[in-house]
Design a protein around this ligand. Structure first.
Ligand code: NAP
Length: 251
């Protein structure tokens, strides 16, 4: 049975990926929805016109990552689409941030994304797609979100390297580098109302980001950056000295 796996499916962008999935990938018969809040996964699953399986997991827990590995080993699905969307970002200087929150960002954004991908890869075949949700924060470090932006630089770098590794197997890997979206992310991370940068930047619509990501994955694009404004930022961050851009990119 062809399935899709979406992490971070209980809200925001991950939920939009789930809602759009069957339109973009009609061959996919079932989707595993992963996040911690089971009630939200069940509610979303009931709205989908394909078989939805809620898989409530805390991806920062080794025990829960083991549950996913054992489920894969037991069911041996044909994974046509893997979307690594779960992520979090907290706004404050490194020195002022609770160490637990620092490790939550590194564990979820980098470690979990890496280990979920490793666990799923044996069940993917030619023509399948991996979508890793990175951020414009990957283009240059953002002071006051230093750890978050560093984790997203990892996501983009990991995706590009993995893409080369998987070329011969015919599996596409796309890193999605969105600008700000008005999702729970902003409340969870203490960003809403506390960052001039987030108040000033243009916002991306999660529905459009989900649609654009799927288009980019099907076209085998390495990166997808929505909106001309952020495409221009990506270019400037590449050509200007990073010591200058980092001063302009402070959150
Ligand atoms: N919003 C933005 O401005 C923005 C901009 C660029 C990139 N992004 C990236 O977009 C992705 C999606 O974020 P969003 O904006 O949609 O925010 P969101 O609504 O807060 O979504 C985050 C998702 O991650 C899940 N999650 C959090 N901790 C988890 C854990 N320990 N284990 C499993 N799942 C966990 C959450 O579900 P539970 O709480 O139910 O576990 C939720 O489904 C993230 O990777 C984020 O870095 C966001």
């Amino acid at each position: 049975m062809k399935i899709a796996i979406i992490t971070g499916a209980s809200s925001g962008l991950g939920k939009e990926y789930a809602l759009r999935l069957s339109e973009e990938f009609p061959e996919v018969e079932a989707v595993w929805l992963i996040a911690r809040r089971k009630a939200l996964l069940d509610e979303l699953g009931a709205k989908l016109d394909l078989t939805a399986v809620s898989v409530p997991l805390d991806l920062t827990s080794d025990g829960d990552l083991g549950i996913l590995s054992r489920k894969l080993e037991g069911e041996r699905p044909d994974v046509a689409v893997l979307i690594n969307c779960a992520g979090c970002g907290y706004l404050s200087n490194v020195e002022d941030t609770d160490p637990g929150l620092l490790s939550r960002m590194t564990d979820l954004n980098m470690r979990a994304m890496t280990l979920v991908t490793r666990a799923v890869l044996p069940y993917m075949s030619k023509g399948s797609h991996i979508v890793n949700v990175s951020s414009i924060a990957s283009f240059c470090p953002n002071a006051r979100m230093t750890v978050y932006s560093s984790t997203k630089a990892y996501v983009s770098s990991f995706s590009l390297g993995l893409r080369e590794e998987l070329r011969e197997r015919g599996i596409s890997v796309t890193a999605v580098c969105s600008g700000p979206m008005d999702t729970e992310f902003l409340d969870v991370g203490g960003i809403k109302g506390n960052s001039k940068m987030f108040r000033t930047l243009p916002y991306c619509d999660p529905k459009k980001v989900a649609a654009g990501s799927f288009r980019a994955a099907k076209r085998d694009r390495a990166f997808y950056t929505p909106r001309a404004f952020f495409k221009m930022y990506r270019f400037l961050a590449k050509v200007l000295p990073s010591t200058l851009v980092v001063k302009l990119a402070k959150t």
